[in-house]
Design a protein. Structure first.
Length: 253
C-alpha cells in the first residue's frame, strides 16, 4: 500500500486545497476507478489498487502498519519521557501474538520509511539491540546509555575509558560511573576497577590518582601515554573548572 505521506511529498509544490482535491478524487474513484483508501485506527491514510490487492489483504497490511505505528510510539515515549533506550525484547513483549522474526522485519521496513526516520538503533557489545528516537536522545548519548543497559560493569568501564581516550582524548574520572547514566553502585565500583586493572584482557587500561584531590582517573595507553593523561587529569581537576579554559591540545605520543 502507499501512504498518503508519499503523495504529500510528491505533491509538495501544489496548493493545499489541490492536494486535498487529489486525495478526494482518488477516494471517490473519479480519478482512477481501481484506487481505494484505507484509514487505520490511528488515523493513517493509505491507498491501494483493487486490481492488485484485495480488501482483505489491504486490511491485513493496515494492521501491520498499526504495529509499526505503535512500536514507534513506544520508542518515542521512552526516549522523551524517561530518556531511556527501548530494548528489542520490549517489542516482542508488546506484541506477543506476532513472531519475533516478523517484528524484526517490520523494524527493518521502518528504517526505510519517511515517517519513521527518527527511529534509530544501537547495539551493545554483547549483540543486544536497542532503539531510540533521535529527536530526544542524541546518537552519542545513546552510545552511553547502551553501555549502562548491559550487566557487565567491568566491560562498560573499559569501553567508556577507551572511547574517551581515543575520541577527546582525555582520561575518565572514576566517579563518572556512579552517575545516573551508568548507575554502577559505589560499593561495587572499586571491585570492578580492580578486576579491570588485573585482567590481561584489559591490559591497556591504566589508573592515575590526583596528588591533591585524590580523584581517580582511568585511561587507555592505546590512545594516550601517561604524561598526556596526567596533564589532562591535572587540568580537569584544577585549571579547567576554575578558569573555564578549553582542554589543552594533545601532544603526540
Amino acid at each position: 500500500m502507499t501512504s498518503s505521506r508519499i503523495l504529500t511529498v510528491l505533491a509538495k509544490g501544489l496548493p493545499n486545497e489541490l492536494q486535498h482535491g487529489v486525495l478526494e478524487a482518488i477516494s471517490t474513484g473519479t480519478l482512477a476507478n481501481d484506487i481505494r483508501t484505507l484509514v487505520t485506527p490511528s488515523g493513517q491514510l493509505f491507498l491501494y489498487s483493487q486490481e492488485h490487492m484485495s480488501v482483505e489483504d489491504a486490511a491485513a497490511k493496515g494492521k501491520l502498519e498499526e504495529v509499526k505505528h505503535a512500536m514507534a510510539d513506544k520508542i518515542r515515549r521512552d526516549s522523551r519521557v524517561i530518556t531511556a533506550l527501548t530494548p528489542l525484547s520490549a517489542m516482542f513483549t508488546l506484541f506477543t501474538d506476532i513472531k519475533p522474526v516478523k517484528i524484526c522485519s517490520l523494524l527493518n521496513e521502518m528504517q526505510t520509511q519517511l515517517q519513521y526516520r527518527d527511529i534509530k538503533t544501537v547495539s551493545a557489545f554483547s549483540g543486544e539491540l536497542y532503539l531510540y528516537c533521535d529527536a530526544h536522545i542524541t546518537d552519542k548519548y545513546a552510545a552511553l546509555l547502551v553501555r549502562s543497559a548491559v550487566t557487565d560493569a567491568s566491560r562498560t568501564i573499559v569501553e567508556t575509558v577507551r572511547e574517551e581516550s581515543r575520541v577527546y582524548p582525555r582520561p575518565t574520572r572514576v566517579s563518572l560511573f556512579t552517575s545516573q547514566v551508568f548507575g554502577i553502585p559505589s560499593a561495587t565500583l572499586q571491585p570492578c576497577i580492580v578486576r579491570v586493572l588485573n585482567s590481561p584482557e584489559y591490559g591497556d587500561i591504566r589508573k592515575l590518582v590526583h596528588p591533591d584531590t585524590d580523584a581517580e582517573y582511568l585511561y587507555s595507553n592505546l590512545h594516550m601515554n601517561e604524561e598526556q593523561a596526567y596533564t589532562l587529569m591535572n587540568w580537569m581537576e584544577e585549571e579547567g573548572p576554575a578558569t573555564g579554559r578549553a582542554l589543552p591540545p594533545p601532544r603526540c605520543p
